[in-house]
Design a protein around this ligand. Sequence first.
Ligand code: 0RQ
Length: 503
Amino acid sequence: GISRIACARLRHKLMSAQDAAGLIPSGVTVGMSGFTGSGYPKAVPMALASRIEEAHAAGTPFNVRVWTGASTGPELDGALAKADGIELRLPYNSDPIAREKINRGEMEYLDMHLSQVAPMAWEGFLGKLDMAVIEVSGIRADGTLIPSSSVGNNKTWLDCADKVILEVNRWQNAALEGMHDIYYGTALPPHRVPIPLVRPDDRIGEPVLRCDPEKIVAIVETDSPDRNLPFAPPDANAQAIAGHLLEFFRHEVAKGRLPQSLLPIQSGVGNIANAVLSGLIDSPFDDMTAYTEVVQDGMIDLLEAGKLRMASATAFSLSPDKAAHINENMAFFRDRLILRPQEISNHPELVRRLGCIAMNGLIEADIYGNVNSTHIMGSRIQNGIGGSGDFARNGYISIFMTPSTAKQGKISAIVPQVSHVDHITQDVQVIVTEQGLADLRGLSPKKRADVIIANCAHPDYRDALEDYYNRAKIHSYGQQSPSLLGEALSWHQRFVETGTMRT
Ligand code: 0RQ
């Protein structure tokens, strides 16, 4: 294909991925692009992983600290983790090899709210950023960068890093140009001003990223696809959850608490979130908008069905078929999609102002509505908190959804007490399982427990939860949130010891 590097004075920096990776020394902190499997560098991290493996084979220590937007792909997290090349990783990971290393204690992982990564980097809280490795879809004649299929923290990495390596990926659609909105108005306290975005479709920035050309030490051309994974067709649980949620929305509209077009929807990752989006196709709601993190298949269908007017996000997370479909119909999607930096897509100020409907998955919830999104049995990381906290605390209605059991029924997703807390009861207003929906707004802890056990717990675990709760109401030290401290985590302990929470 033709070169995507229109800037003549940068062309001499073109080199192989191997040579570019050779510019990354051991011990540095590298900010990489990438968010939910899109827009991550694909060649330089692999070359770096080979380099690290060679060093290790020669008995030389070699590792780096890796900051990204969110999850990336096997060519980045997978390859570097496999090479034992990552000392510390932040802020979100879904790679299975990296997950295993983290859970074995061989890799440090810092799980952060996605909206806070860029400001904390600027504030100096995370230490110095030495290098950035950023995928772009092109370099314009004036040296500005056309972002690729995710924006994530790229603006911040390009600004903060001493040295920059660019991957210019020809696989990305050239028509992405103009879809992005990069806001350069963020500042640090005490100089912060309101962010001038009042509607999800407002454009407040520029379509391109800026980068000091002096900092660019290498440019690598690539032609590889994003890690686009197929979605499973919605199973019975996902369909039931979507059904309960749509019924809830209809009820809220009837009560006058939501407009007919709803409010900007935020939808988390995963198959259930995707099923809910699919369910909205046949709903009575029109002219909807999305202000969210990732655009997934379900949103594309809603856009094409004319149900969704536009979607604002920081990244794509599509199946291969949908990615190809968008590429072929870019003219249609260009006007209906906006990709922003994640500090803006997830900004608490904006999520609160817009009144987003936050919909996220969970690992487990307890009878009072505390939610664990990250840790299995209190200690094994699954992915990370991602943007769920940004949206859950600040949304208009904060919804969490999950099947009521996991691991073929051996685990109850509703437990006496969560083994790790990501979202406190005040940040959790609705919990939905395939069993039903618990509307917790305005309820005190004991009323919440009644509704969660009755509406959300699986029948196989409902009696045991009721039994625990009834005894807690007699023997608890206090009666605001009755609990039996010695027994509250016994379900988890039983699973660890016997492989099931069942008695
Ligand atoms: O594990 O794949 O080994 O079978 O967790 O669970 O049911 O496939 O659900 O894909 O929706 O993920 C909370 C992880 C749910 C996700 C979580 C096991 C289960 C399976 C996945 P297997 P499912 P989902 C914006 C929003 C945090 C980030 C976030 C998540 C695996 O939603 O990462 O919200 N959320 N971001 O078996 C033991 C339990 C379990 C359990 C599930 N109670 N005990 N294992 N699992 N519940 C987007 C971004 O931030 C990018």
